[in-house]
Design a protein around this ligand. Structure first.
Ligand code: BLA
Length: 317
């Protein structure tokens, strides 16, 4: 894992550091997600060499349309990482962290996913090692990556109660250790969230470091398609789309979703959202634009203490 590549250009480092600094928390806000990203970058650099992504040129910093909000973006690649990218949004009324790390297709390691939305009223939190393959039916994949992590998941499941109903698609992209929760703003909760983030990121780094490069072409393709399916889901159904459009307008929001946040959705495969998720197709063949309304379920955590799936899917799945 400790592979060393060429040093990144100084300009790219300077740009990304400036972008981080500019995202300094405004005085009224209760949480700053900047330290989360700083921790993740420092920790990653202890294990591998990060190279600034070509995306960094285009996506680094921008203001919202009303100039009251800021978007700070960072993106890197590494020997086993196709894309590590983060977005911090700060406005007078909310903070958002969207931090995701996508492994290269030669590795079937889960996708690291931290998705935090904070407003005055509430916090909507997803922290997980999103499985690339189906862990509900593929016992071996679940054993390979999650068996040893169940105690970690249980610890935080107690501290962060289940956030409520979700679509069956989201559930299938989540692992038995997912932290899916909502809470009202509270400094102690942010401290626990920061601990959870650090612990989850450290275990994810261990997984990617230990991962052995796949050489079987069909397995690599299988991993690639699974990642493309994931990107297709998130680029289309991200619950943040509405907020993004409001802040930066339709065109930039779409560009941010497809070219930055879920980069690869237009390049890694040719299947469409309808191909992967035909259940979302209306009678006329149009995508259901209302959001994730089909089959919302799972009011309670659908995994037991052994990490076994105990939920049930509706007929539509
Ligand atoms: C809400 N974000 C949510 C919800 C989930 C996620 C599960 C609850 C709403 C729902 O879908 O039922 C996150 N969903 C995920 C993740 C996966 C998934 C991580 O399937 C991975 C597979 N969120 C952002 C950004 C913003 C944002 C960039 O990532 C804002 C700019 C906001 N998320 C946001 C908001 C809500 C939300 C505003 C509430 C939406 C609502 O209640 O309709």
């Amino acid at each position: 894992c400790l592979q060393r590549a060429l040093l990144p250009p100084l300009t790219a480092i300077a740009t990304s550091t400036r972008a981080l600094r500019r995202s300094n928390c405004i005085p009224s806000c209760s949480v700053s997600y900047q330290k989360f990203v700083e921790f993740a970058l420092d920790e990653t650099k202890r294990h591998t060499h990060l190279i600034p992504s070509p995306l960094q040129e285009k996506f680094s910093f921008m203001n919202s349309k009303d100039v009251k909000g800021s978007f700070s973006m960072l993106s890197f690649e590494a020997a086993k990482i196709r894309l590590l990218r983060s977005l911090i949004i700060q406005t007078e009324t909310m903070q958002v962290l969207d931090f995701t790390v996508f492994p290269k297709a030669e590795y079937d390691v889960p996708i690291f996913c931290a998705n935090f939305f904070t407003s005055a009223k509430t916090n909507i939190i997803v922290l997980d090692l999103n499985p690339v393959h189906d862990i509900i039916n593929q016992y071996e994949y679940k054993e390979k990556y999650f068996k040893s992590l169940i105690p970690l998941g249980l610890k935080y499941a107690e501290l962060f109660p289940w956030g409520g109903k979700l679509t069956s698609e989201s559930i299938k992209f989540f692992s038995p250790i997912v932290i899916w929760t909502k809470f009202t703003s509270n400094p102690q909760k942010y401290d626990i969230l920061y601990s959870a983030f650090r612990e989850y990121y450290k275990v994810w780094l261990e997984l990617i470091c230990k991962a052995v490069k796949e050489t079987d072409e069909s397995q690599i393709f299988h991993n690639l398609e699974a990642q493309h399916r994931y990107l297709t889901w998130r680029a289309e159904k991200d619950p943040g789309r509405g907020v993004l459009k409001k802040l930066i307008g339709d065109t930039l929001a779409k560009d941010m979703l497809r070219s930055f946040l879920f980069n690869g959705v237009d390049e890694l495969g040719s299947k469409t959202f309808n191909d992967y998720f035909p259940q979302y197709c209306c009678q006329e063949g149009n995508l259901n634009k209302k959001g994730n309304i089909i089959g919302k379920s799972f009011e309670n955590r659908p995994w037991n203490a052994r990490g076994e799936f105990i939920g049930s899917f509706s007929w539509i799945d």
